[in-house]
Design a protein around this ligand. Structure first.
Ligand code: NAI
Length: 224
């Protein structure tokens, strides 16, 4: 790594750019950059110009440059981007250089599908516990993890250093469950329940609504 690269890292590490308000739109684009760079890295590609990355991702080269400028640039005139370096830096920005312990609350169709999706583990999201309120499910194993009663959540979270709770329960129970998770000092909630959660600001909430994506698709069809 030469001086120019180091400079970018130093700027980042020294916190000169990390208190800058990065727009949610940029943050929302980072996982896609990360995926493409991961694929390039896996195919043995060491560097890529912003033009080539732009063609590949169907995003303008200026958009790419603008996005990366939020974090100090990462590029080098006449060289382009070092794929592995950029991949690792985006991972750090996204917090993917660490691993996170998860619990899933709601072991129905969605909870089971998420528990069975192995790619999360590869990204550092480790499912540690699965909970439900239906006694019929207690003891049922999903990838070697037995479903437990919700009454165990509080103790389990405190004993297992849990960072994230995934809520895959109907909206009726979600607000109360979120209150319990706040009490347990959870750091983040990945909320699939169709209700907005009113939690303290320190807790990160990411709401997921697959139907929103479907509505975008239908908009696309309607405007074809
Ligand atoms: P499901 O009925 O198969 O599973 C729900 C599970 O949650 C059941 O096992 C039930 O016993 C458990 N449960 C209910 N209340 C609970 C509580 N207070 N504490 C612990 N466990 C509780 O339903 P499915 O298909 O898994 O969907 C789960 C929820 O996620 C539904 O409410 C659905 O509307 C929502 N959903 C959201 C999506 C999204 O994109 N945001 C997509 C699909 C479903």
């Amino acid at each position: 790594m030469n001086g120019a690269w180091l400079k970018v890292v130093d700027i980042w590490r020294l916190g000169i750019v990390d208190d800058k308000n990065i727009s949610q739109a940029v943050v929302a684009r980072l996982p896609r950059y990360y995926r493409y760079l991961g694929d390039l890295k896996d195919s043995g590609i060491e560097r890529i110009s912003s033009q080539d990355l732009s063609k590949l991702m169907k995003v303008t080269a200026s958009q790419i440059r603008q996005d990366f400028n939020n974090f100090g640039g990462f590029g080098q005139q006449g060289y382009g981007y070092n794929v592995e370096y950029l991949y690792n830096e985006i991972a750090k920005i996204l917090g993917l250089d660490k691993s996170y312990n998860l619990i899933i609350v709601g072991a129905g169709n969605l909870g089971q599908a998420l528990a069975n999706y192995m790619n999360f583990k590869r990204r550092g999201f480790i499912v540690k516990g699965i909970f439900d309120k239906n006694p019929v499910l207690y003891g049922k194993e999903l990838r070697g993890i037995a479903v437990q009663p919700v009454e165990n959540i509080e103790r389990f979270v405190s004993e297992n250093d849990i960072d994230i709770a995934v809520l895959t329960i109907p909206k009726e129970g979600a607000v109360k469950t979120a209150e319990l998770l706040v009490k347990c000092d959870i750091r983040a909630i990945w909320n699939f329940a169709h209700v907005d959660l009113n939690v303290p600001e320190r807790i990160v909430v990411e709401n997921v609504h697959l139907s929103d994506s479907l509505m975008k698709l239908s908009y696309g069809i309607a405007n074809q």
